[in-house]
Design a protein around this ligand. Structure first.
Ligand SMILES: NC(=O)c1ccc[n+]([C@@H]2O[C@H](COP(=O)([O-])OP(=O)(O)OC[C@H]3O[C@@H](n4cnc5c(N)ncnc54)[C@H](O)[C@@H]3O)[C@@H](O)[C@H]2O)c1
Ligand SMILES: [Fe+2]
Length: 416
C-alpha cells in the first residue's frame, strides 16, 4: 500500500493507492486483498427548482451575512439575483462579489479575500461554473489561513478550518461543487496551480439543472467533455476503487447518451438533468480517485492561454487514452461498454482502447471542439515548457502509466 498526501494528521490522507489491487476488474476485488477505500462527499440537494434550498442550507450552517461569489456572466443570466431574493426571504443579509474572470487569477482571489475580511460575512456561497466555485473556495481558504493563494499549492496544506461552503454549479462539467480541488491561475508563472485537501470539499452542493439552460453552446460542449474526462480519468486512475468506479462509469454513459441532445434541444429537461447528474457523478469519482495526465497537461495550456478547460481536455483526451491504453488496456473495456460500443469482457484490450479514443474524438467533433491544440494557439516551441510544468502537476501522480518529460512532449506534439 502506498499512501500519499499524508500530512501526519489522522484523517487527512487524501490519496490511497493500492498497487497490488489497482489492476483488478471493477466489482471483483481479489480475495483477501487488503483494499482500503475512503469516500468524501458534501450534502447534495439535486433537482429542478432546488435553488431556494441554498438559502435554507446557509441558514442551517449558521449564516446571517453570507458572502455570495459569482461572475459577470452569471449576473447577466440572472441566477444570482434569484438566489439573493431567496436569501433575503430566509432572513439573510447577503453580500455579493462578482469580480472574477474564467480561469480565476491569483490576484482576483487576493482581492476577494480583502473584500470578505472587510464584509463581516460568515458563510461562503458560490453560484457559477468551476471558476466561481474555485474562487469561492480560494477566498474561504485565505480568510481562515492568511497568506497568498500560491502558498497552498499541493496536497493538504490547509491548517485552519475554513468557513462553511455552499456551492451551486451553473455548468454541467467541473464537479468543483463536490470536489476537494481548487484550481487557480498563477499569473507570474502562467500556469494553473492545483490545491487539494479535504477542507475544500463544500458542505452543501445545490444542483438545479434549470441553471444550465443559459449556458452558451460552446460552454455546454466544453463542460460536458470535462465531465467525460473526469469519468474516464477517475476510472483508470491509480487511486480508483469500487466506490468511485460505479460513479465514473455511469458518468461516462450519461455524457455519451445526453450531451449531443442538449446541444440540439436546449430546453430538454431530461437530458439537462442527466448532464447535471453526469457532472455530479464524475465529480464524486474524481475527487476521490483523482485524475490523470489529461488534466495535468490541460492545466498548463489553460494557464498559458486562458482557454476553456473542457475544450483543452476534449483535444488531449484521445491522445492520453491511447498512451495509457498501450500499457494497460483492460480497464478501457468497461468504459467502451458504458459508451454503448460493441465491447465484451475478454476482447483484446487494444481494440477497446481504440474504440474509446475514436468515440471520444467523434463526440468532440459532434459538439464542435477543434482537432488540435495548434487551433487553440499552442505552438511547437511552447511544448518543452508545457511538458516540464506538467511533471509538477498533482494530477499526474495518479495517471495509470508513468510518463517521462520526453513522453509528455511527444503527447503534446501528437495533439498539436
Ligand atoms: N475545482 C475543481 O474540482 C475543478 C474541476 C475541473 C475544472 N475546474 C476549473 O473550472 C474552471 C472552468 O469552469 P467552467 O468550465 O464551469 O466554466 P467557467 O466557470 O470558467 O465559466 C465560463 C464562462 O461561462 C459563464 N457561465 C457559466 N455558467 C453559465 C450559465 N449557466 N449561463 C450563462 N453563462 C454562464 C461564466 O460567466 C463565464 O464567463 C477552470 O478554471 C477549471 O480549471 C475546477
Ligand atoms: Fe476538469
Amino acid at each position: 500500500m502506498v499512501l500519499t498526501g499524508d500530512t501526519g494528521h489522522a484523517g487527512d490522507t487524501v490519496l490511497l493507492l493500492d498497487e497490488d489491487t489497482m489492476a483488478d476488474p471493477p466489482g471483483h476485488p481479489r480475495e483477501g486483498s487488503p483494499r482500503l477505500s475512503k469516500f468524501h462527499a458534501p450534502e447534495i440537494v439535486f433537482g429542478h427548482d432546488s435553488l431556494p434550498e441554498a438559502a435554507h442550507a446557509a441558514v442551517r450552517l449558521g449564516a446571517s451575512r453570507p458572502f455570495v461569489v459569482t461572475d459577470p456572466g452569471l449576473t447577466e443570466a440572472g441566477w444570482p439575483a434569484e438566489l439573493l431574493r431567496h436569501m433575503r426571504a430566509a432572513g439573510l443579509r447577503p453580500q455579493l462579489w462578482n469580480e472574477i474572470t474564467p480561469n480565476p487569477k491569483d490576484h482576483e482571489i487576493q482581492a476577494g479575500y480583502q473584500r470578505y475580511m472587510a464584509s463581516g460575512c460568515d458563510v461562503v456561497l458560490g453560484i457559477g461554473g468551476g471558476s466561481v466555485i474555485d474562487a469561492a473556495k480560494g477566498v474561504a481558504l485565505l480568510s481562515a489561513n492568511g497568506g497568498t493563494i500560491g502558498d497552498y499549492e499541493g496536497i493538504d496544506r490547509i491548517a485552519n478550518p475554513i468557513p462553511p461552503l455552499v456551492m451551486i454549479p451553473s455548468t454541467s462539467g467541473t464537479g468543483a461543487d463536490v470536489s476537494q480541488f481548487c484550481i487557480i491561475t498563477d499569473t507570474e508563472r502562467l500556469t494553473k496551480i492545483t490545491i487539494m485537501g479535504r477542507a475544500l470539499v463544500p458542505d452543501v452542493s445545490v444542483i438545479d439543472p434549470r441553471l444550465l439552460v443559459t449556458m452558451p453552446d460552446w460552454l455546454n460542449a466544453a463542460t460536458g467533455l470535462d465531465a467525460l474526462t473526469h469519468g474516464i480519468e477517475a476510472f483508470v486512475s491509480l487511486a480508483h476503487g469500487p466506490l468511485t468506479d460505479t460513479h465514473a462509469l455511469h458518468a461516462v454513459a450519461l455524457v455519451h447518451g445526453n450531451l449531443p441532445t442538449t446541444m440540439i434541444h436546449r430546453h430538454d429537461d431530461a437530458s439537462r438533468s442527466a448532464m447535471a447528474q453526469a457532472a455530479l457523478e464524475a465529480g464524486l469519482a474524481f475527487t476521490n480517485a483523482i485524475l490523470g495526465a489529461t488534466h495535468a497537461m490541460s492545466h498548463q495550456v489553460g494557464g498559458m492561454l486562458d482557454l476553456p478547460h473542457g475544450v483543452i481536455n476534449g483535444v488531449l483526451l484521445p491522445h492520453v487514452i491511447r498512451f495509457n491504453g498501450a500499457d494497460e488496456p483492460t480497464r478501457f473495456v468497461p468504459i467502451a461498454q458504458a459508451m454503448g460500443l460493441p465491447a465484451r469482457p475478454g476482447m483484446p484490450g487494444d481494440e477497446a482502447v481504440d474504440m474509446v479514443a475514436t468515440e471520444v474524438r467523434k463526440l468532440a467533433d459532434e459538439v464542435g471542439v477543434p482537432t488540435g491544440l495548434a487551433a487553440l494557439g499552442v505552438r511547437d516551441q511552447d511544448v518543452p515548457r508545457l511538458a516540464q510544468l506538467t511533471l509538477g502537476d498533482a494530477c499526474l501522480t495518479t495517471n495509470p502509466r508513468s510518463a517521462s518529460v520526453e513522453e509528455i512532449e511527444r503527447l503534446f506534439r501528437e495533439a498539436l
